[in-house]
Design a binder for this molecule. Structure first.
Ligand SMILES: [Zn+2]
Length: 307
């Protein structure tokens, strides 16, 4: 049986929120089978649980925010991406502020944390959402056109295309495809950092955003070039970060997808709209488990090594 996964032990990290600049402590804890991933705001007078789901996403400006009542957690996508990449099904995420720490701006610190805690196989079948027919969402036209779609695929792969008119981005790959069955998330995707432009950062700061952002947790560009002295981690790091984000946004579905995702200039808002469109069409998907690991799509039985 292809089993659900959680952590073997708890692990902690301290950092700052990208937008709030606030210090925040994160504790990742094992959770029982079929718990899913549950954020817990432990700093509130009464701790509030926020289980992830497509409907829990209440704000997608700049980052994916989930909430329950008035309790919120911003910028969950990089941690969710690491959970998708390592196949974590069940997890408690205790957090002491309303934003996940940005750490190095990629998912690699979360991958390291999760792997250091150890991954435990659980006595319940891993449940996937298998896409049965194409589902697509679109927005805008001409230069502002963007779209995202899911089509049936026996596995999980993502293709993304960006279209930035910027000399530092144009010179890199603007299209990338990543297949969980043949690629390695930790090696190929997790290290891609978030990116921003100095002119936007100035405007965001004036509005109290990006307060924790800087050259140690983002690729920062002026009108012409990358300002980080160490340059890029991958030569197509920008579009790889969009794949990283999409994996995080899609993992908010609560179960891993079996589908091929492709997108053109999509972002957190459109990715969430795609999940809601899928869920509104019960004929377009089914929940499946695999009694025999050998019949599971390539990549899932051998995800991150459990120890
Ligand atoms: Zn991101």
């Amino acid at each position: 049986m292809l089993q659900q996964r959680t952590l073997k032990s708890l692990t902690k990290a301290v950092g700052v929120g990208l937008h709030s600049g606030q210090r925040v402590e994160l504790t990742l804890r094992p959770a029982a089978p079929d718990t899913g991933i549950v954020f817990r705001r432990v700093d509130l007078p009464q701790p509030v649980d926020i289980p992830i789901s497509a409907q829990a996403v209440t704000d997608t400006r700049l980052a994916s925010t989930i909430s329950s009542g008035s309790a919120k957690v911003h910028t969950v996508e990089h941690l969710m991406s690491a959970c998708a990449g390592l196949g974590i099904d069940n997890l408690f995420v205790d957090i002491t502020a309303e934003e996940v720490p940005i750490l190095d701006g990629s998912a690699s610190s979360f991958v390291f944390l999760l792997q250091s805690a150890g991954i435990e196989l659980q006595s319940a079948p891993k449940r996937f959402i298998r896409v049965l027919m194409p589902v697509e969402v679109r927005e805008g036209q001409g230069a502002s056109e963007k779209w995202a779609r899911l089509i049936p695929y026996n596995g999980y792969k993502l293709g993304f295309e960006i279209d930035f008119d910027h000399p530092a981005v144009d010179s890199t790959g603007q299209r990338v495809e990543f297949d969980m069955g043949s690629g390695s998330y930790s090696r190929d995707i997790a290290r891609a950092r978030t990116f921003g432009f100095t002119k936007d950062v100035e405007m965001m700061r004036a509005n109290g955003l990006a307060m924790g952002g800087g050259l140690d947790n983002a690729i920062v560009m002026d009108d012409y070039k990358v300002l980080n002295t160490d340059g890029l981690r991958y030569n197509d790091e920008f579009v790889k970060h969009k794949i990283l984000d999409a994996m995080g946004d899609l993992h908010l579905l609560g179960k891993p997808l079996l589908a091929a995702y492709s997108a053109f200039r999509s972002g957190h808002a459109l990715n969430n709209k795609l999940l809601r469109e899928l869920l509104s069409r019960p004929d377009a998907y089914e929940v499946v488990t695999f009694d025999d690991e050998k019949s599971a799509p390539r990549g899932f039985a051998t995800l991150a090594r459990a120890w």
